[in-house]
Design a protein around this ligand. Structure first.
Ligand SMILES: C[S@@+](CC[C@H](N)C(=O)[O-])C[C@H]1O[C@@H](n2cnc3c(N)ncnc32)[C@H](O)[C@@H]1O
Length: 448
């Protein structure tokens, strides 16, 4: 299997490997099974889309009667499933009462009995093979798997950010199905973060962050909210073994996967992955020479996280933060005409991304009024005071930090994009058409 093999090719190879002709599947990320649904529907039994935050119904339209969509009662998953239902005639829906499922909600832990009952009830009306699986655990075609229980095959594909993933419902499901829990770098949220981290503009943005942090040989570095460890592996490859890297995350699933990927990439000796909360970092004061965090402060209390970053950095230590710049428009390389036909499309593509949690969002400053055609000032973080870096008059820095550098825009190749204090995490801007660009705000400071 080559590096560029698709999720569909990998899943088909895994089904062959496990001797499964036809399997039920459950996933949060519909894109992971879109290829199977569109081109190999005969390999699928019942299909459960559990709390999808995005859902393109197109690949499922011809097999809609095999689809169950589970959503919260309100919030993004409800909206997504409601919209998809319009195009999926015959699909069933199950709504989790009084529940808002967000991208990082731990749905299977929060509502385990209901989820297990909904899956079992729905899937028993559809057929799937009972596999002759003798192997309980392994990895094939880049996908890790664990087999439990007996009965028709049920593939559980990874959630995006859910800390417990499917674990809380596996015991109940394994009473009715041969449950095959899948993982690895090619599926789910891991694939999404790995893809994002591999994009040239995102790599450039991170490279810039590290250039500004400028770690000296031997200096200890802390990454807060490491996810799949994608950036830590890039850092370890760049610095060799000269700098010990500690990476923390609240999510045990991500930590396990991050560790496995670091081993796969041969950098496990340089990075230690540990459980830890950004709001209460589990290290004494003055422990690190450099501390950074990339797209994490949106998901927690940013004030507390920044205070913790300052506390664990030694005096003179550098602190680097990247957040999604929700007060900047997304940038697209569509060439849309400024005409009655083009204007409605322009309006649709300009809203900023909505991937910010309640706390993170609530604590951000309100958006400044949009100035047509000009980037808006990056209001980086809440409760800021003016501590302006020389020559960067309009970048506000968090309280308690002294600016040493702030990266001008375009660090990620954001041609024509925001110019101050921002960097781009985006698909390659050399891409031919219709590629989106989500701006990020990036700041590096040193602890006084
Ligand atoms: C969007 S991912 C970013 C991962 C990584 N920094 C990257 O850029 O690839 C956000 C990560 O922050 C973690 N996270 C969220 N809240 C956290 C907290 N309070 N403490 C530590 N990690 C947290 C999540 O578990 C997730 O792995």
């Amino acid at each position: 299997m080559s590096d560029s093999s698709s999720a569909t090719e990998r899943l088909l190879a895994l089904l062959e490997h496990l001797g499964i002709g036809k399997a039920h599947v459950a996933t949060q990320i519909s894109g992971d099974i879109a290829g199977l649904a569109a081109e190999h529907a005969e390999r699928l039994g019942g299909i459960v889309l559990c709390a999808p935050v995005r859902l393109d119904p197109a690949p499922f339209t011809s097999i809609a009667e095999r689809v169950l969509m589970i959503s919260g009662e309100y919030g993004p998953t409800f909206e997504v499933c409601l919209r998809a239902a319009d195009r999926l005639a015959g699909a069933e829906r199950y709504v989790l009462d009084s529940y808002e499922a967000l991208g990082w909600s731990d749905v299977a832990a929060d509502r385990n009995a209901e989820i297990a009952a909904a899956l079992t009830g729905f899937l028993q009306h559809h057929g799937a093979d009972a596999p002759p699986c003798s192997v309980a655990e392994g990895s094939h075609a880049g996908i890790s798997y664990k087999v439990e229980g007996s009965g028709p095959a049920l593939l559980l594909l990874p959630f995006f950010l859910a800390p417990s993933q499917w674990a809380p419902v596996v015991p109940q499901l394994a009473q009715h199905f041969t449950v095959v829990t899948l993982g690895g770098r090619h599926l789910g949220g891991i694939a999404a973060l790995e893809d994002r981290a591999s994009v040239p503009t995102y790599r450039a943005m991170f490279r810039t962050l590290i250039d500004l942090i400028a770690p000296q040989p031997g200096e200890a570095i802390l990454d807060i909210g490491c996810g799949a460890g994608s950036l830590d592996r890039q850092l370890a490859q760049r610095l060799g073994s000269a700098n010990p890297i500690t990476a923390i995350d609240v999510n045990p699933f991500w930590l396990r996967e991050a560790e496995a990927l670091a081993i796969e990439d041969g950098v496990a000796g340089t990075i230690r992955f540990l459980p830890g909360n950004a709001e209460a970092v589990p290290f004494p004061d003055n422990s690190f020479d450099a501390v950074f965090s990339v797209t994490v402060l949106e998901e927690c209390d940013a004030d507390r996280a920044i205070a913790e970053m300052v506390r664990v950095a030694r005096p003179g230590g550098r602190i680097g933060i990247v957040v999604r710049a929700t007060d900047l428009p997304q940038w697209w390389n569509l060439d849309l005409p400024d005409s009655p036909e083009g204007r409605p499309i322009r309006r649709k593509v300009t809203p900023p991304p909505q991937s910010v949690g309640r706390q993170g969002g609530r604590r951000c400053e309100p958006l400044p009024p949009h100035e047509a055609g000009r980037p808006r000032r990056p209001h980086l973080l809440p409760d800021t005071r003016d501590a302006r870096p020389p020559g960067r008059a309009d970048l506000a820095l968090p309280r308690g930090l002294r600016a040493v550098a702030a990266r001008p825009g375009g660090a990620g190749g954001l041609a024509g994009g925001p110019q101050r204090g921002t960097a781009a995490g985006a698909p390659d801007d050399g891409a031919p058409a219709a590629r989106g660009c989500r701006p990020h705000a990036e700041v590096v400071s040193s602890r006084p």
